[in-house]
Design a protein around this ligand. Structure first.
Ligand code: ADP
Ligand code: MG
Length: 701
């Protein structure tokens, strides 16, 4: 069904081909509908003309009306600024300009009145206004003034050059609404409008752009956020339902010898309650006959790897092969060693495949895979290359999934006619509401309990001046037989500088911790893989006391004897990264420390991050704080997800509404799984639109 809102934006009065091209390029605005969803991001209140004597510090902006006099030009040959006095019958205020001076000098006529809109600031106990907006008083501005809230729109430099600054947007949207407002239809069923006291869609769409009064803005915003989030949740839940019902998965009917033997004879400790629960959840998926797509979340050290291993044993018991994929060579190697340690006792073959696996070994692995002779393969991306063919791949574990692109994961689906079950593990806790949206079409399991006997890591923040104390503390710990990490930031933009910092730090360590009493390892991304591995292993085996490195050790490395994590330039790391690093210690039963070193100069945000780290060990709390500090766009791995392109909702701020709309969507689909009831016809129509061109929906209707 063609609607007026599908009309190409070129045809709107005041737009034309040149502006249309830029609108498409800068904001992806191509149709009337797209333009209507370009909402203001804030409003300025020009709903009342104030007396100059009323100016105060309560409100940010004031609209004034008065006469302009007393031009002052400050500066000799080249003027530095120009000021005027604005006067009404209650008083005067100074207006100041530092730019556009030639123009402003001629702006005002004697004796005429002007509307002036700006933000007052205080200078020497008087109010003034810098760079206010100025308008002539005409019959039009006079009636509009005192009766308007002006929406402020995002624009870009390029759009401004063609007259589409905020005001320009406002103008074309006004034109558009004049022609089309009557054709905007409701898109939510009556029962929802009533139950949740929502403003109608047409009214909300008009008032979001041109609000009649301040109170109405909030109602329009709430309504539009509600529908946006509800539709996303309905879409995600329908996707998940359809996947579940339509995509076949390998049926793992039994739990057999491998699992049971491991559980009874080789498991060195009791599973935590959370681990048991998650294994049950996975077990239920594996015997459902449908493909499992499950996200396993759990803080660092919560025992995810073990859960993955035990799930793999179920696959093996049912005659299937398994793959375990890690984001880096070091991690893949580490996982390989862990799995080999456990599986070796049970005569279950495990191999490692990475970029640096030699050709002969690689060929051997390829052959074994096809011959069904290799039940467990651990590796990096090398695993999903097309040359790697499995006899019958049934179960895949992906560790630290944010490092893998979506496309890479899709490759896995193609390894067999029936796709393998997939367990994605992430140690970056994702705030609950963000997970609902990002992974709303996956099932989620959470390990929310640490193995018993762990002591929470103590976190301290020190400025550079306390370095000697820190070194002394490290010496103390090493004397007790413990090991320490010293981590340096390394980012692309300042790689050379960072690398030098790290090498300087390494040299200092060698000086402060001299041979033969002490041994220091160093690992960074520029080293050859085999050298890295060698240095890593020296530390893992306890042959070195200190490991100086970049964040290559960020994830997964497991050295329970390490009790100190020193993070250099800690202010340069993101919160979740700091938390990951901290997770490298505190893996044994003894007390561990995380020491955040920083320069004396800290940005507000940098200081906040360090404060949060010192205050809490809870990964989910940290993730929430991270989301608030940085906004959802910067959370690792979220950027490639189109799910975050919201017009009005904000994943960082609208957590409560996300949770609410998810529950509402669940209830609706519970009652009417295919949205076929007459009262849900509007929702059905919206979902059809959203699934257009995707095969999923056509499969069910
Ligand atoms: P994660 O992968 O979640 O970071 P791991 O699976 O690597 O955590 O587990 C961290 C450490 O805790 C490992 O040394 C592991 O052997 C140990 N561990 C796992 N589960 C338990 C448990 N239930 N009781 C005691 N130790 C455990
Ligand atoms: Mg792990």
């Amino acid at each position: 069904m063609q609607s007026v809102f599908d009309t190409n934006i070129t045809y709107l009065k005041g737009v034309g081909p040149r502006k249309a091209e830029l609108l498409a390029k800068e904001f992806d605005i191509r149709t009337y509908g797209d333009l209507l969803y370009h909402f203001p991001f804030r409003y300025v209140d020009k709903s009342r003309i104030y007396k100059i004597s009323e100016i105060n510090t309560d409100a940010a902006w004031f609209l004034l009306k008065g006469k302009v006099s007393n031009m002052k030009v400050v500066g000799e040959k080249r003027a530095r600024f120009v000021s005027f006095l604005l006067t009404d019958d209650s008083g005067s205020i100074e207006l100041l300009w530092f730019r556009g001076l030639q123009w402003i000098k001629k702006r005002f006529g004697p004796g005429k009145e002007y509307l002036v809109f700006g933000k007052p600031s205080v200078f020497k106990n008087h109010f003034n206004m810098v760079h206010p907006e100025v308008e002539d008083v005409t019959p039009e501005t006079e009636t509009v003034a005192g009766n308007r809230l002006e929406g402020i729109y995002h624009s870009t430099e390029k759009l401004k050059t063609v007259g589409l600054g905020s005001r320009g947007f406002s103008k074309i949207i006004r034109t558009l609404l004049k022609d089309t407002a009557s054709q905007i239809d409701e898109n939510l069923p009556d029962y929802l409008l009533e139950k949740y006291h929502l403003m109608g869609h047409p009214e909300a769409m008009v008032n979001i752009h041109f609000p009649k009064n301040p109170a109405i803005i909030n109602k329009a915003v709430q309504r539009l956020k509600f529908e946006e989030l509800l539709f996303v949740q309905l879409e995600l839940l329908l996707q998940k339902k359809i996947l579940k019902e339509k995509v076949a998965g390998h049926l793992f009917e039994k739990v057999g010898d491998a699992f049971n033997t491991f559980y009874r004879e080789h498991l060195p400790f009791e599973l935590t309650g959370a681990q048991k629960r998650v294994i049950r959840e996975i077990r239920a998926d594996l015997r459902s006959g449908k493909q499992m797509n499950r996200l396993l979340q759990g803080d660092v050290g919560s025992g995810k790897t073990l859960v993955a291993l035990m799930s793999m044993l179920i696959a093996i018991d049912n005659g299937f092969q398994t793959a375990f994929m890690a984001p880096t060579e070091i991690l893949a190697t580490q996982h390989f060693n862990t799995l080999k340690k456990f599986l070796g006792n049970m005569n279950i073959p495990v191999e490692l495949l990475t970029g640096s696996t030699k050709t002969a070994q690689r060929k051997k692995i390829h052959k074994a895979l096809l011959n069904h002779a290799l039940p467990v393969l651990v590796g990096t991306h090398a695993l999903i290359e097309d040359t790697v063919q499995f006899g019958n791949l049934g179960f895949v574990v992906i560790d630290e999934q944010h490092r893998f692109g979506v496309a890479q994961r899709a490759k896995l689906w193609k390894k067999n006619a029936i796709p393998p079950h997939i367990l994605v593990m992430t140690a970056t806790p994702i705030p609950r509401t963000l997970a609902m949206t990002l992974y709303g079409n996956l099932d989620v399991s959470v390990i929310d309990e640490m193995p018993p006997g762990r002591k929470p890591v103590k976190t301290l923040h020190f400025f550079e001046s306390k370095r000697l104390r820190v070194l002394g503390f490290m010496r103390e710990q090493i004397k007790k037989g413990r090991q320490a990490y010293v981590v340096y930031p390394l980012i692309k933009e300042s790689e050379k500088f960072d690398l030098k910092n790290l090498m300087d730090g390494y040299e200092n360590m060698l000086r402060d911790f001299p041979e033969p009493e002490y041994h220091v390892s160093v690992v960074h991304g520029k080293m050859k893989p085999e050298d890295k591995e060698f240095e890593m292993q020296r530390f893992v085996k306890g042959e070195t006391h200190i490991m100086v490195s970049t964040t290559v050790i960020e994830v997964g490395v497991d050295v329970p004897n390490a009790s100190v994590m020193v993070i250099e330039n800690a202010e340069r790391f993101g919160l979740s990264q700091l938390h990951q690093l901290r997770g490298r210690v505190g893996r044994g039963a003894d007390q561990s420390w995380c020491i955040l070193m920083s320069g004396n100069k800290l940005s507000n945000e940098g200081r906040k991050r360090l404060e949060i780290m010192v205050a809490t060990n809870d990964g989910f709390e940290i993730a929430e704080a991270d989301l608030k500090l940085r906004g959802p766009g910067d959370i690792q791995g979220t950027r490639q997800s189109g799910m975050l392109d919201f017009h009005i909702a904000n994943l960082a701020k609208d957590g409560e509404m996300i949770a609410r709309t998810r529950q509402i969507a669940l209830d609706i689909l519970d009652d009417d799984p295919r949205l076929q009831k007459p009262e849900n016809s509007l929702l059905n129509r919206e979902m059809r639109q959203r699934f257009k061109g995707k095969t999923l929906w056509t499969r069910i209707s």
